[in-house]
Structures are given as C-alpha cells and as structure tokens.
Design a protein around this ligand. Structure first.
Ligand code: PLP
Ligand code: COI
Length: 356
C-alpha cells in the first residue's frame, strides 16, 4: 500500500465556465500525482502536488531514447454528483505490459489504482457536469537517468495529469473521414505496436499530417510486413460490419489492445452479434466497399468512445460508408458504452469503479 503525501495548491485556477468548448487536452487541473522509482529503492515518494513544470536533466533517457509510456482513461460525473471510472484495472494492466516492453519499471496494479483514485478525489471538482464531458486522466511514465548510455533505465517517474474534456473530434459523434495509409507503417510484430509508448505516435505523425492536409481526421494503418492487412486507426481500434458479420483486426502484436475494443466486443457478443477477430485485407475491404456489403465502419477508443467512419480514402479513391450516416450498430455501441460510463443504464458487466 502506498503512503501518499497530499499537498494542495494555495492558488487554485478558475474552472472552465463554458463546458461546451472544452475540446480535448487543452486545460489542465490544479494537481498532479507522482511516484518516483530507482533501481535500488523501488517506488518511492508517492505524492499529489500542485501542477507545475517538471525539471529534468538534459541527458534524461526519455529525451534521447524514447523511454516513455502512457495510458488514457476518463472519470465520469454521475447524475447523483458522484464520480466513477470505467475499467481502470485494464489500463493498470496494459501499463504494466507497456512497461515490460520498454524496460521501464512495472507499477503494481493495486498501487496504480490507489494513486489514481486518490488523485481523482483531489481533483473531483474538475470533473465536468455537461453531457458528453469527462475528466481525461493521463497516467504516464518516463526514464529519468542522467547518462547517455543505452540500457534499461535505473531511474523513472510515474505521473498522472488530468484534463476536463469534451469530444475528441470536432465532429463529435458525427461520421469522420479516414485515410488508409499506403506509405508509412506504424508498427510491426515484435516491435512496440501493442505497447502504449510515445514513439508509436511520433512515427505516426507524418502520415497523420498528410491525412489532415487532405481533409481526413485520422489514418487507418495497414500491417508493416505485407502492407495488406487492416490494423487500427491513429488513436482508435477499428471495426466493420460486412454482410452482417462484425469484423475487427485480431490482436497480432502490432496493434494496441484497446479497452474500448474489448468492451465493444463484449457488448456485441452479449447482444448476440457474430464478432470475428481476424485478418482483414485491404482487398476484402475494398471489395466490400465496391459491392455495398460494407454496412458500417467505426473507430473505438477512450478519447473518441465510438466514432462512426463516414468516408474511407484509399489511394486515389474515396468511398462513402453507411451513406455517410451513423450506422445502427455504431449508435447502439455508443449508447451502451456511454450509458454505462455515465450510469444512465445498468452496468451488467461490472465495469464501473466508483471513486466518490
Ligand atoms: N489504438 C491506438 C493507437 C490508441 O491510441 C488508442 C487510444 O488509446 C486505442 C487504439 C484505443 O484504446 P483504448 O480503447 O484503450 O482507449
Ligand atoms: C485515448 O483514447 O485515450 C488516447 O490515448 C488517444 C490519444 C493518443 C489521444
């Protein structure tokens, strides 16, 4: 059990008054949680302290060799004023898996949960009240050695910051346009694709910028070996309804095992849908787009929840999906997940963890 020191700010910031204009990750709360780690001492000095800049050695490992991992989850305000989390245990475990891959120290699940809950309680007032808003929580960890040798880190820091957020896309739950990337690759099996590490996102930016210039919200990645199989979107996993079958790329080691992906699969199966986690080639997808058997496509992730895909571009062709509208299954998943997250419908899965 951690012994968490809490030091409250003496100059709290003004909270946002217009919750319809929060956007994503632009405003930060008054505090941050920190635990430091050293090879000899293990985890030490767990604390929740006023939000401020970090100071770090210019040789810090994370700045040179990308020793950095992160998580993303949300705290939701219930109608009774209380606050709750959605499957935080999944984030705790995924963070340990990311740490193992990047040779960063593993923070035990119970310590992750303890400091996360304590932090959310301290920042309770920052959890917004308006429909569709939440407090986005960003746990992260970085290597903090002050030498230039390349090796597993000897010093690291785990921290959590928080940001009150609205919808991730400016389109909200409206359909987004996605560009299928055929030049850059994001990850390969054996690499870091399944870990949530900053380097994966840095490698994605060039294609993301190209997509943005063409007016698309994100990139849909193909596998790095054959450049043939669908993988995932920039910040979401992806699902399709093809001829009645729900298809999502299998967890091959190069895509992120999303908490929302897993939750969508469990909801779909509980409602009797036929869900296949399998290889899906771009040829099969293009054929389904051409012959009209692609009924729906959506992305799923914590930030965007469930995001309908209305347009898919591949090479020089642009396809309209679901007539550019929100499909029935997409809407059902959005309503079910957000219903559980905000306690508007009963959580029959046992996913909600109340904080206060
Ligand atoms: N894939 C990538 C690359 C992501 O960044 C995210 C977002 O976290 C996801 C998938 C979806 O994961 P989750 O549902 O756990 O948020
Ligand atoms: C999330 O959905 O939580 C993410 O981390 C996506 C992010 C890269 C904005």
């Amino acid at each position: 059990m951690l012994n968490i020191r809490i030091e409250k700010t003496t100059c709290p910031k003004a909270k946002p008054t217009d919750e319809t204009a929060l956007g994503f990750g632009k405003i930060f709360t008054d505090h941050m949680a920190i635990i430091d780690w050293n090879m000899e001492k293990g985890w030490y000095d767990a604390r929740i302290v006023p939000f401020e800049n970090f100071s770090m050695h210019p040789a810090a490992t994370c700045l040179h060799y990308g020793s950095e991992i992160f998580e993303g989850l949300k705290a939701y305000r219930r109608a009774d004023g209380g606050i709750q989390l959605f499957r935080p245990d999944c984030n705790a475990r995924r963070m340990m898996e990311s740490a193992e891959r990047l040779c960063l120290p593993e923070l035990p699940e119970e310590d992750f949960m303890q400091i996360l809950k304590a932090f959310v309680e301290v920042e309770a007032e920052w959890t917004p009240h308006s429909p569709g808003t939440s407090l986005y929580l960003r746990p992260f960890m970085y290597g903090n050695d002050d030498t230039l040798g390349v090796h597993a880190v000897h010093n690291a820091r785990f921290a959590i910051i928080a940001s009150p957020v609205g919808s991730y896309y400016k389109e909200g739950i409206n359909p987004v346009g996605i560009m299928i990337e055929d030049q850059d690759v994001r990850a390969v099996r054996g690499g870091t694709g399944y870990a949530k590490c900053g380097g994966n996102y840095a490698a994605s930016n060039r294609a993301g910028e190209r997509a943005a210039q063409k007016g698309y919200s994100q990139v849909l990645w193909l596998d790095g070996v054959h450049r043939k199989y669908i993988e995932e979107v920039g910040a979401m996993n992806v699902m399709f309804k093809i001829n009645g079958e729900i298809v999502t790329p299998e967890l091959s080691g190069s895509i992120l095992p999303g908490v929302t992906r897993r939750s969508c699969i469990e909801v779909l199966k509980s409602k009797g849908y036929n869900v296949s986690e399998r290889l899906l080639s771009i040829d099969e997808l293009a054929e389904a787009l051409e012959n009209g058997t692609l009924e729906e496509a959506w992305g799923c992730g914590t930030a965007a929840v469930v995001s309908p895909i209305g347009k898919l571009a591949y090479k020089d062709k642009e396809y309209i999906v679901s007539g550019g509208k929100i499909g029935e299954v997409t809407q059902m998943l959005y309503d079910t997940l957000t219903g559980i997250q905000w306690s508007k419908i009963e959580d029959t899965f046992g996913w909600i963890v109340p904080v206060c």
